[in-house]
Design a protein around this ligand. Sequence first.
Ligand SMILES: Cc1cc2nc3c(=O)[nH]c(=O)nc-3n(C[C@H](O)[C@H](O)[C@H](O)COP(=O)(O)O)c2cc1C
Length: 223
Amino acid sequence: MSAEAPFTCAFETLSPQERYKLLCAAIVPRPIALVTCVSADGVVNAAPYSFFNVFSETPALIVLGLQHRGGPAEGGYRPKDTTRNISESGVFVINLVDEALAEAMNLTAIDFPPHVSEIEAAGLSLSPGVSIPVPHIAEAPVAFECRKTVSLTFAPQRELLIGEVVRIHARPGLVDPKTLRFDLEAYKPVGRLFGNSYARQSDRFDLTRETYAEWAAARGLAP
Ligand SMILES: Cc1cc2nc3c(=O)[nH]c(=O)nc-3n(C[C@H](O)[C@H](O)[C@H](O)COP(=O)(O)O)c2cc1C
């Protein structure tokens, strides 16, 4: 790799694959939503999505980037099972992925036909939903029950889904019920890097955020 000049290019000159490469390698690690949802005929579906994050707490909004299958050469785009199920039912669960769940999560990404449950194929089990009729993955350290708020279409191959979290489930020992603090040592979440690479969160460091007055005082400046 050359260190001679900074790399820059305009995104309009790039192909979709090239944009994907640059965005997904630079914006890391991304959390992984292992989404469970239920089809119209009652099959529970699970699939991982790393175009995912939280965007606000009031309302408690999360966003998923759902890419469609197919393309112009294949007679058009077809929504993935997750996209179709959520658009029909309006409800879904975001299961977070820890080190113990990573391999099973990867199995759920196989493009199983709609009548095959990824849950069984990956050897996972389900716990019933409480606020919505969608089960969460019993092995997941944390699960958020969500209702679809809105879905936005910016291009024929992709949908941006915004959902509101209505309930959390967390494994015993993960959240202190009094302080609502998470025990990160017990949590062990994994993040997606790019391609088949993932990251553990075992190398953390703290930065204390100062007020302006503290910052100025530390430098002998007038506040
Ligand atoms: C770690 C990981 C992250 C993924 N993130 C996304 C994503 O953000 N958007 C997407 O459309 N597909 C993503 N995929 C691919 C889907 O999981 C895959 O297409 C899956 O088969 C979709 O299943 P479904 O048809 O049951 O929804 C990801 C796969 C993996 C392994």
